[in-house]
Structure formats: C-alpha cells, structure tokens
Design a protein around this ligand. Sequence first.
Ligand code: GLN
Length: 234
Amino acid sequence: MAYTLKIAHLYGDLMNTYGDIGNVLVLDYYAKKMDITLTSEIVSLKQPFEPAKYDLAFFGGGQDYEQVIVSKDIQAKKDDLITFIEDGGPMLAICGGYQLLGQYYIGADGERIEGINALPHYTKSQDNNRFIGDIVIKNAETAQTYHGFENHNGLTFLGKGERPLGKVISGHGNNGQDDSEGAIYKNVFCSYFHGPILARNGELAKRLLLLALKRKYPTADLSPQEKIIIKPTY
Ligand code: GLN
C-alpha cells in the first residue's frame, strides 16, 4: 500500500451503540481500495489523545450511562481534541459522540452532561419520546443523499459556524423542527445515523479518507483515489 493512516477510535470500548464500530471496518474496506493501510487504536478512559499521532478520529454513540462516564474523562482530552479539530483533522462523530463534542447534553433524566464545546451545538432532551426510525437526508455541497437509522432522545441545535450534514428529506434529524441533520465544522462530520452510517453511505467514507490523505500527503497525486467509484449499498 502506498499510504498509511492511523485512526483514533475515541472510547471505542464504551461508545458503540448499534454497532457503530462498523464505521471503522467500512473505512478499512475503502482504504484498501484506495491503496491505504489503515490502523486503528482505541483511545479510552485515562489515556491521552495525542493530536499529532492520528490522521482520523471516530467517536461513536452511547447511552446516557456511558455518556456520563465519558463526559468526565473527556475534559482532560478537551484541549488536544480541539487542537486536532482546529488543525483540520478529519473526524466522524455519531449520536452520543456528536453530543459530547458540543456544549452540553441534557440527559433523559434531566441531568446536564458536559461536552467539550469543540463545536457550538447543544442538546436538550425530549419528554418521554425518542426519535426512532429510517431517515434520509441530502447534503448541500455534494448533492449526495445519505440513508440511515436514527434512535435518540436528544434534540440538537446547531451553533454559529456549523452547517448541517444534510437537510432532512424524511425522518426527524437534529431536533424535528428545523429540517437539519448532523453537523459539519471544518473537517468534522457529525450525525445521528447509526446503522452504521458509513456502511450505507460509502461516499462519506471516501470523503473522510480523502481529507485525511490530503492533510497527511499534501503533495501526492491523489487522482486515482478521487476516481474510486462507490456503489450505492442501500
Ligand atoms: N443517549 C443519547 C440520546 O438518547 C445518545 C444515544 C445514542 O448514541 N444512540 O440522545
């Protein structure tokens, strides 16, 4: 393989609802097609996140119970995660991980779970309800359609400098009110899609891998990688 990339799987042992780890497997699948050797490493409780060590980061979803534990630990990694994000590090964050990158999440029992405020969104809870079901969105920049399955109590509202990952075509999305789903900030992509998201939306996996390659190998000719055709899998 011509290229190597290393992915930090943030709290992969705690934040993994509905098989979100599948996103790492899908990244590996497309990495092989793109001549990339991908290695992944779990960065969990009490372990440092060293921004210079990683080319990509993945942060999966979790239940409120795990989110409370991770919320406390992640404050020690806050500055290093923000350094990675502000430096253009590509990241995918799903559901509970998405919520913890923001300001805070009010859990289903009303408790305030602190995020790291790397992105300006915040998440409130809804009373005795969850958004569950199939969801379809359209990404404004690429006109790509993304398909997924959502299951969350949280209602997320985006902040300044964030744009949605997509406009809701069917389903609920961030909050059921403003037609937005997920968030994009710099090279960070957030979503409520489980399933896992990349298994049904290979174009997004390709986009993440290309961003990581361009950042690590700025002078490389990546036209063969750009040309890889992703077959729809939904
Ligand atoms: N506990 C959060 C919520 O219900 C996140 C759930 C998840 O990651 N699936 O909104």
